[in-house]
Design a protein around this ligand. Structure first.
Ligand code: ZN
Length: 240
């Protein structure tokens, strides 16, 4: 009698421990490499007074790195990030820069000399073709998006680059547009710039930048550690 009561207690205790373990596992990233990027972004959005102390500067450049930073703000989501809305199975393909200010007011600049294209259907996006400064002879592309109002009715891409623009030469540091909130009809997003580096396909055209394998780790191009790491780095990021 006593023995079976002890057995029940042990079994119940064991079951509770397993349940607690599952809950902790789920809410710490579901067994993926845990990312705390969402916490950082939340802090930045909720406490405007903390934003300047968390922000990297637009057009800043690390010694020996070819690219300048395309916009000002918190580098929130990292390359390969698994934080929402991304997962370990669908990682973030670039970096997200959350600016401080109203949508349509925080400038976005070309990171390097190149040739700009804006497809006719692109409300909020431009792409620039470059000769890869780290591997001369290879063509890479830099991709900039979310440059429109939340509902997409107002584009924040510079008037210099109307839809249908192809192969317009731009210089490093040239104004491309302004950070916006347009998410292509998906879930609402906070104002930011999504930036990625994309490879070319066999036809010489840019590949789909939403696929991680088609993109490059931007870290060596900026001289910053932009790939997701286990321990989040303090912000603003400093030259590696
Ligand atoms: Zn992004």
């Amino acid at each position: 009698m006593l023995k079976s009561r002890w057995m029940k207690l042990i079994l119940l205790g064991g079951a509770l421990a397993v349940l607690a373990g599952v809950l902790v596992w789920r809410y710490s990233g579901g067994g993926q490499s845990a990312s705390r990027s969402n916490d950082l972004i939340r802090e930045y959005l909720l406490f405007p007074e903390r934003r300047p102390a968390l922000s990297n500067q637009a057009r800043s450049q690390c010694a020996g790195a070819p690219f300048i930073l395309p916009s000002a703000g918190l580098i929130g989501l990292m390359y390969g990030d698994t934080a929402a809305p991304y997962t370990a199975a669908r990682r973030h393909t670039g970096i997200d820069l959350f600016g401080d200010g109203r949508a349509g007011t925080v400038p976005v600049y070309a990171v390097f000399d190149g040739w700009l294209t804006r497809l006719p259907e692109w409300r909020s996006t431009v792409i620039i073709r470059h000769d890869d400064p780290l591997r001369p002879g290879r063509t890479i592309w830099t991709y900039y998006t979310h440059m429109a109002s939340r509902d997409g009715s107002q584009s924040y891409v510079s008037d210099q680059f109307p839809r249908g623009t192809t192969e317009r030469f731009v210089r490093q540091g040239e104004l491309l547009g302004y950070q916006g909130e347009f998410a292509g009809g998906g879930a609402p997003i906070a104002m930011h710039l999504h930036f990625s580096i994309t490879l070319s396909g066999a036809d010489g055209q840019f590949l789909n930048e939403a696929v991680l394998e088609n993109t490059l780790d931007p870290s060596p191009y900026f001289g910053l550690r932009l790939r997701l790491e286990d321990e989040p780095q303090p912000r603003p990021l400093t030259c590696a």
